[in-house]
Design a protein around this ligand. Sequence first.
Ligand code: TTJ
Length: 635
Amino acid sequence: MEQQHAYDETQIQVLEGLEAVRKRPGMYIGSTSLQGLHHLVYEIVDNSIDEAMAGFCTEIGVKILAGNVIEVYDNGRGIPIGIHPKMGIPAVEVVFTVLHAGGKFGGGGYKVSGGLHGVGASVVNALSEWLEVEVSNGEHVYFQRYERGKSVEKMKVIGDTAETGTRVRFYADSEIFETLEYEYETLLRRLREQAFLNAGLKIVFSDERDPEKIRSQTLHYEGGVKSFVEFLNKGKEAIHEDIIYLNGEKDGCAVEIAMQYTGSYSESILSFANDIRTIDGGTHEAGFKNALTRIMNKYAHAKNIFKKEEEKFEKEDVREGLTAVVSVKVEEAEFEGQTKTKLGNSEVGTIVTKLMNEQLGDYLEENPRVARTIIEKAQLASRARESARKARETTRKSALSSGMSLPGKLSDCQMRDTDITEIYIVEGDSAGGSAKQGRDRRFQAILPLWGKMLNVEKAREDKVIGNDKLMPVITALGTSIGMDFNIEKLRYGKIIIMADADVDGSHIRTLLLTFFFRFMRPLIEEGHIYLAQPPLFKLTKGKNVAYAYSDEERDAINAEMGGGALIARYKGLGEMNPDQLWETTMDPRRRTIIRVTMEDAAQADEIFSILMGDKVEPRKEFIETNAQYVQNLDI
Ligand code: TTJ
């Protein structure tokens, strides 16, 4: 066997590093589920985006090739191919084989810390069955291949070129990942977000897995975050035409803010630090929100809009119907929290606040009509808040009071220990009936939901309380909602949404997640919300019965059974008898349930806005782009 490199200490370190990644992949990419798989793509693309942020790359291509191979290329300067002085191998090989080497070759500018965990190309390489890199440096095309993180040949020249850039192809390791089937929509959403955050950058994304139905989109927005707000508000009715745009740079921190108010009652503020979505906010988001409240109050006072001296807007009043994107780029970003999705740099808060004070104040002075519209919206919100408070007080005295009765539709469980108890929120009365009979009544409660539910987008808190579809959920959980929410009162440790795998089911899931996201957010943050996974197929061969949860599993089981099993597709939960429902979907020892993350819920919230918004066009568009998905589920 030919030895590739001198087997010195640095090589041993390299191998140990990569072994660590393969042993505990979750530590580096979060998980080995579909989410982790997608993370591989983001890690690679982030490198090209860094190059774009540094000003050397204008176009990035991302392809899903046949067999779930991913290709990423850019027209940047190309990863350096020169020999690394310490390691004695080409720098590009260091990038792909040495843990934490990514990012050290940057040409200045803002460094994306590399998605969630900041680990880079070597982690992707370690978790790929194979990976190939091609670097064009304006003279030659260099090539190297790796398998499971290790180079299998020396870097070599495979051609000449006048261009520069980097191209990577990789095939994720099936020994590591639960699935290799990328989701077009998920990757599209994230790439689109990146294109919005880097105005002018062109990302060409295509799905070429099936040569018969190649999908492709060019993501290119000259308007940057302004285009982002325009996109987010597509389904809503804007109440002023102009999208307010503020930007500036101070002490190496660049800030961009775009905002527009809509007729909706909900707010949608997305914040980013170095192109990473900060779901948990942080100093930049807090700075923005605080400044907004102060500026609106100052303006209203100065223009004698308040009737009484002590009248003022609360922070929620000035955010009702607001869509905003706050994006900051910081040289030394500090990310906090368990998921590293909260920005910690305190100086950034100060910079954002200052920018808002200077520029939003001026904007309102220069655009009195827009200012008037926004102030009126906040006044309405303020009055609604007052009436919601009164409604809550009255309701609390009656229905929500401590001795309140549980909903009639609820089949409660016997135990009270929230370490064990669970509630299934089930779509439809018939599935509810099966679940009720099939459950273990000691620790499983069932709450059936039916009929058309409230449009959360158009509901203020006072309308949610008292709604006959959502009220049973609120009383069954026991926590109340919004400002009154109290997790101590939670009656079940797990809240499991059980709906069909079809369009209606996905609608109900989206609606419930949006409802939890907006009114009971700590339930998601603390990991109490789950999705049940009912099987899609039942396979019978003689006396053998098995269930499959995907097409692949169906085929695998069918093959295992010796071929020719009788395959029935479940159209809905209602088709399963109580025993089957217990065996496949409810028995803790056999079922699979998926814990809902904040990311999932935020996504549901976004989808919900499109589906439930005032305008018909974007909704139609959404359903059309997702038509394939919808069909798949409908068969
Ligand atoms: C770093 O500074 C010197 C010139 O080249 C810079 C660089 O490394 N640029 C760069 C890296 N552009 N694109 C990449 C890259 C692209 C992919 C698809 C994957 C990886 C790991 C890096």
